[in-house]
Design a protein around this ligand. Structure first.
Ligand SMILES: C[S@@+](CC[C@H](N)C(=O)[O-])C[C@H]1O[C@@H](n2cnc3c(N)ncnc32)[C@H](O)[C@@H]1O
Length: 378
């Protein structure tokens, strides 16, 4: 049995991006399963995770068992959890909640596990209370899982992990519907994706500021402000500038914001130099998306200007790509904005940035988008 402190269970939507988000927020992580990672816990982590986009559940004071071909019974699991409870479960009422990831483990029944653990641990000072318990023991039965539709080569060994559920964590992020905002346009980024891009731009600690040079309706700016981050947003179109302003006022995030009309290749002139910021944006691209270079110069101009504004910063952006990006490990040959990915990385490098992560997201049958993270090339 191995012990570790904190585990995150990821949303099933995009396990590879869940793990990238966990890495950005926590620094080093141990990948236990495509949808579960663990990390040591010292205190500040829970605050950073509370704003995550793709985390389903947070479990603290964890312990775990790898299950080989020999299998395991519900009463054996209850014995291990009982041993753990001696050190980690305080006096008070409790409930046990078991869940499967993927196919679960060895056809074990969640109800049987909950009942066995409950019976074994409960006593006068620790009564079971399924309605309003002081503590929830979360048990995760993690088995084979390939339901997301995203290519993933993470090893999948059967694992049972348990610990105390962090009841303050709100669950997978959905945000409010963009159509409820005062200013809406079809270009508005899905709040979950916008929130994810902001998280990905963390380097364990949050950036000093989030800069969006293509703010549109403010999808990214809203998520940053809701996380309490300072925002500098701009757009070439004055209607977008006004719209972002009214959306940010409406969202009432705690992060302060400034919004200006400005072309993306001169944000360094508009905002001046800023230390430790992240540029998070969704650049414009032509109707032909991944097959044409429309928008390429605007994108590269924004990267150059970002480098002048904050040479040590981080970039998180999204680029249109051919749908075959979803078929397997990311190949150098997939098409991104009218050129192959290898060439695009070279063009990015010429602006002073280097791609450190890229992961495709499905948009529709004939389009995917690459979520791309860049750090300074030097
Ligand atoms: C894909 S939209 C961004 C959508 C935004 N993320 C949202 O959630 O609404 C791209 C934006 O880039 C702006 N844009 C186009 N060319 C620009 C340029 N050269 N400089 C700055 N903004 C530009 C457009 O007006 C548009 O609002």
């Amino acid at each position: 049995m191995g012990a570790s402190n904190l585990a995150l269970v990821g949303s099933g939507w995009h396990p590879p991006l869940f793990r990238e988000e966990a890495r950005a927020l926590l620094g080093s992580i141990e990948v236990l399963h495509p949808r579960m990672v663990s990390s040591s816990q010292s205190g500040a982590e829970l605050g950073r995770i509370s704003g995550a986009s793709l985390v389903d559940e947070v479990i603290v004071s964890t312990s775990r068992l790898w299950i080989d071909n020999g299998g395991i019974t519900a009463s054996e699991i209850a014995m291990h959890v009982d041993e753990w409870a001696q050190s980690f479960l305080l006096e008070g009422s409790f409930a046990v909640r078991a869940r499967n990831l993927g196919q679960g483990v060895c056809d074990l029944s969640r109800r049987e596990i909950e009942a066995e653990i409950g019976a074994r641990i409960s006593g006068e000072s620790r009564p079971v209370d399924l309605e309003d318990p002081d503590f929830e023991i979360a048990v995760v039965l993690a088995g084979q899982d390939d339901s997301s539709g995203y290519w993933d080569d993470t090893q999948q060994n059967n694992l049972i992990l348990w610990g105390l559920r962090d009841g303050k964590f709100a669950g997978t992020y959905n945000g409010t519907s963009p159509t409820d905002r005062p200013f809406f346009k079809p270009v508005t980024l899905d709040p979950r994706l916008a929130r994810l891009m902001v998280s990905l731009s963390f380097s364990r600690d949050p950036p000093s500021m989030i800069v969006d040079p293509f703010c549109g309706t403010g999808g990214i700016a809203i998520e940053a402000s809701l996380l309490g981050l300072e925002v500098l947003a701009s757009d070439l179109d004055s209607r977008m500038v006004e719209g972002t302003k009214s959306n940010l006022d409406w969202a009432m995030g705690s992060g302060s914001y400034k919004i200006e009309r400005c072309p993306a290749d001169s944000i360094h002139e508009t905002w001046g130099e800023v230390d430790g910021c992240s540029f998070v944006f969704d650049p414009p691209y032509g109707r032909n998306a991944w097959t044409s270079e429309d928008g390429l110069d605007v994108f590269l101009g924004a990267l150059s200007s970002a480098g002048k504004m904050c040479p040590g910063g981080t970039i998180c952006t999204m680029l249109p790509s051919s749908p075959d990006a979803l078929d397997g490990p990311l190949s150098e040959e997939i098409q991104v904005m009218g050129m192959d990915w290898a060439m695009m990385k070279e063009r990015i490098r010429e602006t002073g940035w280097s791609v450190s992560m890229a992961s495709p997201v499905r948009v529709h049958k004939s389009l995917s988008r690459l979520v791309v993270l860049c750090h300074p090339a030097h």
